[in-house]
Design a protein around this ligand. Structure first.
Ligand SMILES: *Cc1c(COP(=O)(O)O)cnc(C)c1O
Length: 360
């Protein structure tokens, strides 16, 4: 068996310890004589899995009692619709546009009400986060929406926007559990887990209780109503059971690493190696304003598309996989999520040094 260093943006690298544990439990989960994939979601064994997963997540993030944790399906993209359907009481929402995912979310919300794009960094290909300290937040906005870490462009909000008292909704798909977070600043925190937590198929929604109501837009499907899932503790219908089980293992892994403070420290250390190299390189350039750099997704270019392609190809041959940038921007992108070991980033930087020498 040989494992590569996988820099994929998602689905992405998972902790090896977690995969090994899951493998060991594949045929017989804790004496049940069956795999978690094969068991009823109403069984005692699964009830323990989902309850413990929620408890561990609450502990890791310090989620207050007046927030619900929901394990849903449909990916982050389904939340683009679910959020306005449930929150747009005045049919008005403000969106801050910092990349493709925020753009898509805003476009979807437009189906349900008026969307004000109160800030954007599209003028410079989303290479920075706009100043959000004094935005023209709409009087009647039901919420202000951000994509906190921009997976494609490699930017991250280092400071949350001043929403002037309005509810903040954040897509944290690609920075989930990468550092400590003050949950009380948000109305909704949500993310698809396939970036930094688990396998595709689960989306976690952390939502303040007062936002969970029956007063949703007319025609909102039962399955797209937060209250349905909150009332049923994410067991209204069959949840993505195996995915939740893996997420639970990752939560325990993060706890064993020392929690989110320790995760942040490790992530900063990893990102620094790569950014420091980029900052002195004569061949490679980071594409993002330094103050807004993501700890998770690091895009870079040589400035020559052919050389970029050569780099990606040779890196792959050296066991450094999935370094091709998003199809909308080109170049390279190294996603260095929680489960990417320091050695992986070191190996990447060593390879970049060598490539630079050979391609002066
Ligand atoms: C990947 C990603 C999405 C889309 O996730 P799906 O689960 O595929 O719908 C949305 N937002 C962000 C920030 C992402 O990184």
């Amino acid at each position: 068996m040989s494992r590569v260093y996988n820099f994929s943006a998602g689905p992405a690298v998972l902790p090896e310890e977690v995969l090994k544990e899951a493998a060991a439990e594949m045929l017989d989960y804790k004496g049940t004589g069956m795999s978690v994939m094969e068991m009823s979601h109403r069984s005692k064994a699964f009830e323990e899995i989902i309850t413990e997963a929620e408890q561990d997540l609450r502990e890791l993030m310090g989620i207050p009692d007046n927030y619900k944790v929901l394990f849903l399906q449909g990916g982050a993209s389904q939340q683009f619709a679910m959020i306005p359907m449930n929150l747009m009481k005045n049919r008005v929402a403000d969106y801050i546009i910092t990349g493709q995912w925020a753009k898509k979310a805003a476009k979807e919300a437009e189906k349900y009400g008026k969307v004000n794009r109160i800030a954007s960094s599209e003028d410079k290909t989303f290479s920075y986060i706009p100043d959000c300290s004094d935005l023209p937040v709409s009087e009647d906005a039901d919420y202000v929406y951000i994509c906190e870490n921009n997976t494609i462009y490699g930017t991250k909000f280092k400071e949350l926007p001043n929403t002037k008292g309005k509810t903040l909704v954040a897509d944290v798909s690609s920075c989930f559990l990468s550092e400590p977070v003050d949950v009380t600043k948000y109305g909704i925190i949500y993310g698809g887990v396939q970036k930094n937590i688990g396998p595709a198929g689960v989306v976690i929604v952390i939502i303040r209780e007062d936002l969970i109501t029956e007063d949703v837009l007319p025609g909102t499907p039962t399955m797209l109503t937060y209250k349905t899932h909150a009332d049923a503790k994410s067991l209204y219908n069959t949840p993505p059971a195996y995915g939740i089980y893996i997420c639970g293992k990752v939560f325990k892994w993060i706890k064993a690493q020392g929690g989110l403070e320790a995760m942040k420290e490790k992530n900063e250390k990893k990102a620094k190696v790569l950014y420091d190299f980029l900052d002195q390189s004569k061949l490679f350039k980071g594409t993002v304003e330094k103050k807004d750099r993501s700890l998770m997704n690091v895009p870079f270019v040589t400035g020559d598309a052919d050389l970029d392609a050569k780099f990606v190809k040779e890196a792959k041959a050296a066991g450094l996989e999935n370094l091709k940038g998003h199809r909308s921007v080109g170049g390279m992108r190294a996603s260095i999520y929680n489960a990417m070991p320091y050695e992986g980033v070191e190996a990447l930087v060593e390879f970049m040094k060598k490539f630079e020498e050979e391609n002066q």
